[in-house]
Design a protein around this ligand. Structure first.
Ligand code: MN
Length: 210
């Protein structure tokens, strides 16, 4: 195990205008520097608040602190994935192992796309669509995540996430969620998605593989 370190805002692997015209530099910069940064700061603050609660043995605020922890840590994690899931060149194809798993789980890439976009564009309020590896069945699933952290299958790990909060697209796409979702799909860096999947091989949450 490595030593724990503070949450920090990751650098992007491309410039703010690199995804133009599909994703405007104005949104990208705000989204990264302001929105994502807010979750990083919130996650570190909540960590400090919980340390203080423990040192004072004062758990009066534990309900709110637990909520803050789930919200901010998840917000940071989801955005960190999101930036790497998309790339200026975009739209390369899923690799061999991922293609096979998509076929088994969804009947193919089109099956994933249809379910993923339907999940993303039908969220009530703010949330995400996520392609996640569900280790207990050893399968890929699509999750419709509320806020950053709710409505998830325990143990499932997101490998491809689409931000459906209005801050992610409204300045450019207004209320046209389907147009934003299609633009997102065309920016996917499938190499990143495939690498994430390969790193999860052997993950065993419930001990069923031992
Ligand atoms: Mn966002």
């Amino acid at each position: 195990m490595t030593t724990a370190k503070p949450y920090s805002l990751p650098k992007l692997g491309y410039k703010y205008d690199a995804l133009e015209p599909k994703y405007s530099s104005e949104i990208l910069e705000l989204h990264h520097k302001k929105h994502h940064k807010g979750y990083v700061d919130g996650a570190n603050q909540t960590h400090a608040d919980l340390q203080e609660a423990r040192s004072n043995n004062d758990y009066a605020a534990i309900r709110q602190l637990s909520k803050n922890q789930a919200f901010n840590v998840s917000g940071h994690v989801m955005h960190s994935l999101f930036w790497r899931n998309i790339a200026p060149e975009g739209s390369n194809k899923p690799g061999k192992a991922l293609t096979q798993m998509l076929k088994d789980a969804f009947g193919g890439t089109k099956g994933l796309k249809d379910q993923f976009l339907a999940a993303g564009t039908s969220i009530q309020g703010s949330g995400w669509a996520s392609l996640s590896y569900e280790p207990t069945r050893g399968d890929l699933i699509v999750e419709q995540i509320f806020d950053h952290q709710s409505n998830t299958a325990t143990g499932a790990v997101p490998i491809l996430v689409m931000d459906m909060w209005e801050h992610a697209f409204y300045l450019q796409y207004k209320n046209e969620k389907k147009r934003w979702a299609k633009a997102f799909w065309s920016m996917i860096n499938w190499d990143d998605v495939g690498e994430r999947l390969s790193r999860l091989e052997g993950l065993d949450v419930v001990g069923s593989k031992s």
